[in-house]
Design a protein around this ligand. Sequence first.
Ligand code: NAP
Length: 515
Amino acid sequence: MRVLASYLGGQWRPGHGPELPLVNPATEEVLVQVHSQGQDLGAAVEHGRTAGRSALAELTFAQRGELLSTMAKAIHGAREELISLAVENGGNTRSDAKFDIDGASATLAYYAELGHKLGDGKLLADGEVLQVGRTARMGGTHAWLTRPGLAVHINAFNFPAWGLGEKAACALLAGMPVLSKPATATALVAHRLMELFAPLVPKGALQLLCGPAGDLLDHLGPGDVLAFTGSSATARALRGHRNVIEHSVRLNIEADSLNAAVLGPDVDLGSETGQLFLADALRDMTQKTGQKCTAIRRVLVPAERLDEVAAILAERLATIVVGDPSRDDVRMGPVATAAQLRDVRAGIARLAAETAAVFGGTGEVTPRGIAEGRGFFVGPVLRSTRAPLECGALNDHEVFGPVSTLAAYDGSSAAATAIVARGMGGLVTSVYSDDRDWVARMVTGIGPWHGRLFLGSAKMAAQSPGPGTVLPQLVHGGPGRAGGGEELGGQRGLGFYMQRLALEGDASVLKSLLG
Ligand code: NAP
């Protein structure tokens, strides 16, 4: 059986020790194995900090941007092959796979362009030179400089391409070498990306660990950073890691989120805004089998419209064909792993105890094109509640699958705000209304609980990417339950990988330093 090697210290290293299987979640066929031990991660960390750091330090922002551009093109050139791997190892339909893979190349291309705009410098000025002394001779200002260590990236199973690409884009453009660790279960796509990137990137600038993290964090020091995407349980372990605490390792966490969609009281379901709301709620249940950190989990609807929304969504959900994701007539594949299936089923059972059934029962499904009893399949499940504030299963637990719950509210922005805020901090919530005053109250009410708000309305409906799409121009991350992190957001995304430095001295020296 083929073993997926890691790319560490400039070489492909298979490791050794017990093997972990990577499977096709539709058939449960074992595709490849990874060894769970045997990597010298201390040496890999040092290789990144030395060879990788100095190679990137030679490059200007524009040259690093050029590097990102070649990486984006490499993905594009291997797009079909990568899509096939995502279908095979991730349970993705072709459309799901494109969302991940095109998202990776688009984000790299966006940061390539930013590098071009930032030009020939290697540090970033932050504001003007200010007079801080008795005369203008004594100046003070701020600048951003590349941090001295290694960027360790730990990614979740659901976006093996985008997760690697979006984090690497910001780190490499900022000048920090990267050691990326995809989730083991779906590492096939990330492994192929590393095969494509290895001949393109300078020595040590990008390494890939396939398999468990082992003692990786034990080697982190004060100049390093750790960016994590995954569950809040793992996030807690990383936050409490001795080395992270002792060396103040800079940490970014992207974790769970009970994202909401709120239908405004002014919206007719037949209007453009109403149709946008329905399309977004449906897409987020089924795209990537609901395994999107940004997926809508709570759908707030004015109480008198709940039955109408439930009937329309149930009718549309009934047309979703679940089954072998490699088939063109299938709209939704399996969840990614057996553990994931267990978690989703447990989450549905928890919801079922506190909510009413609308569609899909508890997820029983006969997948199309799949031998009986095989694969990690669960059908789309829509539930509803008329007492959302009291519903713990709705507000306290993210079911990471094709599951959503309708929640009745009285149509006021105050009530909607109280329910949304019960999620204790999220990545994104979408608000659908053409009443600007109502929208303004929602923004001030729920805005502070989120990293991003999506404001759906008639004027933008025709060109909306939907709330689930993370754009490189805008910040991704959120407070509280969502982990408190922040990624992307254009040039802001570089800040995590750079040190902001206050500089004071002769104003003319400062000006020449900052170009
Ligand atoms: P997970 O179990 O927490 O795993 C995430 C990553 O952490 C994997 O690479 C995993 O490696 C690694 N890991 C696990 N234990 C570790 C440890 N002790 N030390 C270092 N690394 C460790 O999460 P998941 O099941 O892959 O992802 C699903 C969750 O991610 C969902 O809750 C979802 O909301 C969240 N998510 C959030 C975002 C966001 O942007 N906010 C995006 C996507 C997903 P192994 O695979 O080798 O165990």
